[in-house]
Design a protein around this ligand. Structure first.
Ligand code: SAH
Length: 274
């Protein structure tokens, strides 16, 4: 791999000062613990249980589909039991459009609107395993760049005590909040803003995970990573035009240590909000 001597600073002091405002619409997903939708969701689940796994017509209510997915992930080499457990617990079919529900547990990325995609389960679990780095229990505070439909954020919420997830597209930020409502995850905080600036209010983070790939890791992410913390992100590599690879960055007392791993295909990391 190539060592980068330094990172381009994406933030100046002015931006840093304004940062809390850029994510001023900070929204805790489960802001209303007794949201009116909750009883309905419970009712649907109870109905599904009463009528069997095919009551929704797509067979995805059954945990068997997720068990099969988890078995495939394990066969691909994912061994972290917390990650496998979390992947088995979150219902991916609830995060994709109804026309794609039949593909929800296949190892494929799927469109989620606005030109973005939900990542493949294989890549999600690989990145989460790298992020956890074999630790015994849950991580502390974690920052996710690129909420998208909210799926990975939900999985993350089972692996960390607090999760901050930022999305730059308002339409997807809103969609994620909608998708996540039924789960009522009190430790998941959805933020609307430019994730290239990180989210200073939640720092320092035990881990930072990005679901969009840029030319380099923004300096703000490194700054907001706790000492001993780990960042996992797709980055554009020097080789073929636009080709990406997974980067693991460890912040140690001796400095930043970077490792480039396998090739990946993520949507681009973009600055600003839309
Ligand atoms: N983890 C998501 C994957 C979404 S794809 C999921 O489970 O669905 C990556 C997302 O990153 C896209 O929604 C894209 O809009 C978002 N993104 C790209 N650049 C960003 C930035 N600078 N800040 C925040 N989000 C960004």
């Amino acid at each position: 791999m190539k060592q980068r001597p330094s990172f381009p600073a994406k933030l100046d002091d002015t931006l840093a000062k304004n940062r809390p405002n850029t994510v001023g619409t900070t929204t805790a997903a489960p802001s209303k613990p007794s949201a009116p939708v909750a009883p309905a969701a419970t009712a649907v689940r109870l109905k599904a249980a009463a009528q069997g796994p095919v009551s929704q017509g797509h067979g995805m209510e059954s945990s068997a589909v997720r068990t099969r997915m988890v078995q495939k992930l394990a066969a691909q080499g994912i061994s972290d039991t917390l990650v496998l457990g979390a992947m088995g617990a979150i219902e991916r079919h609830r995060f994709v459009d109804s026309a794609l529900i039949n593909q929800a547990y296949e190892d494929t990325s799927l469109p989620i609107g606005l030109g973005q995609t939900i990542s493949k389960p294989g890549v999600v679990s690989r990145m989460l395993e790298l992020m956890r780095n074999g630790q015994g229990g849950k991580l502390g505070r974690v920052l996710e760049i690129g909420t998208g439909c909210g799926y990975q954020a939900a999985v993350l919420s089972l692996l960390a005590t607090e999760v901050y997830s930022i999305e730059r597209l308002r339409g997807l930020h809103d969609k994620a909040r909608e998708n996540l409502r039924h789960l009522r995850l009190a430790n998941l905080h959805l933020l609307f803003g430019d994730g290239m600036e990180g989210y200073a209010k939640g720092a320092p983070y035990a881990a930072i995970i990005a679901a969009a790939g840029g030319e380099a890791v923004p300096q703000a992410w490194v700054d907001q990573l706790a000492m001993g913390g780990r960042l996992v992100a797709p980055v554009i590599t020097a080789g073929a035009a636009g080709a990406q690879a997974l980067l693991v960055l460890d912040k140690t007392p001796q400095g930043v240590r970077q490792t480039i791993l396998e090739a990946v295909h993520f949507v681009p990391l973009k600055s600003g909000v839309a």
